[in-house]
Design a protein around this ligand. Structure first.
Ligand code: TMO
Length: 314
């Protein structure tokens, strides 16, 4: 090992800039892969001798808690649903961007394949103008769109695109999946919120609705797009990022844990595999995380910077 590295290590020790012994609080959100990835991250921090805690937060509430330093790490920030608040908080200096996962994401309206024959023209969104009644649940002409608790203003998009749809919001991902299973069993029309990477793609074939291409101007310039008077006349990004977020004080308080966090990177394949192990194969979040840690030590140990391994005595 080069001499400089060794001296840097002891300098780190002498200057007493090791990670704080206070626990790092990791946020649990309410979809499967996020919970498993959070547990994996917790286990990696623990292997470094770091104390950790977990705290549940909705995606809406997490920004305030993160910016106040009540919680410190959110491992899955999705561009489609969270970019606006994330970028806002980063600009204010309240949270930091701890880097991207090596993953490409998409979150949007989605339907299982058999629905295509019930509404000709899908996946183009314009087809929904003609067949909203197909998706009605009360016999009216108004279609029903099943959404989860994470989305951007869906009613605004429906209005901006001139669709005759109402939003039925469920509180948990499992309610989305049970509605999907029931609809498929009865070959009933359904359009619901879905995302990738997710376990769903391995079990159900289906497609996202192709709305007008996402553009940042779609969210803040009414004159942009097909509707000149309203924002939100576009879909979510089709090749979105997946980021890690941290409270702005994390890097100073826990330098080793923070640099590890900045190096943590999960792929689409790993994320959908972990989600499937829980939502399809019935493992607990904890089991899926523990198995991954046991079977992938070469991957995750590389995420811990060398000088951090040294001063933790590992
Ligand atoms: C934030 N989510 C992955 C549920 O769309």
């Amino acid at each position: 090992m080069p001499f400089q590295l060794c001296s840097a290590t002891s300098a780190t020790k002498d200057n007493n800039v090791q990670d704080s012994e206070e626990p790092i609080v990791l946020i649990f959100n309410d979809w499967t892969s996020q919970v498993v990835l959070t547990r994996i991250t917790g286990k990696i921090f623990e292997s470094m001798g770091q104390k950790i805690e977990y705290s549940f937060s909705t995606t809406d509430e997490q920004w305030g808690a993160l910016s106040q330093g009540l919680v410190h790490v959110q491992i899955e920030v999705w561009q489609g649903t969270m970019a606006k608040m994330f970028n806002h908080m980063v600009t204010l200096g309240k949270i930091v961007d701890a880097g991207n996962h090596n993953a490409i994401t998409r979150e949007d309206w989605w339907y299982p394949d058999y629905v295509e024959s019930l509404c000709p023209g899908l996946p183009d969104w314009q087809a929904l103008k003609k067949c909203s009644a197909v998706f009605s649940v009360d016999g009216s002409s108004t279609g029903s769109y099943l959404s989860g608790p994470w989305e951007k203003p869906e009613a605004a998009r429906i209005r901006a695109l001139g669709l005759d749809f109402s939003v039925d919001t469920v509180q948990t991902a499992n309610q989305l999946w049970s509605s999907l299973a029931k609809a498929k069993e009865n070959k009933k029309p359904i359009i619901l919120f879905n995302w990738t990477p997710n376990w769903v793609e391995a079990v159900y074939s289906g497609k996202f609705i192709e709305f007008p291409e996402y553009d940042i101007a779609c969210e803040n310039d009414p004159s942009w797009g097909v509707n000149k008077n309203f924002n939100h006349d576009c879909g979510n990004p089709k090749s979105g990022w997946l980021k890690k977020a941290a409270w702005s004080g994390t890097k100073n308080k826990w330098p080793c844990a923070y640099s590890t966090l900045s190096r943590i990177s999960f792929t689409n394949e790993i994320i959908s595999m972990l989600a499937a192990q829980v939502d399809f194969s019935g493992l607990s979040h904890e089991q899926a995380a523990a198995n991954w840690i046991i079977n992938n030590s070469e991957t995750w140990q590389k995420w811990i910077p060398e000088h951090c391994l040294k001063h933790q005595g590992l």
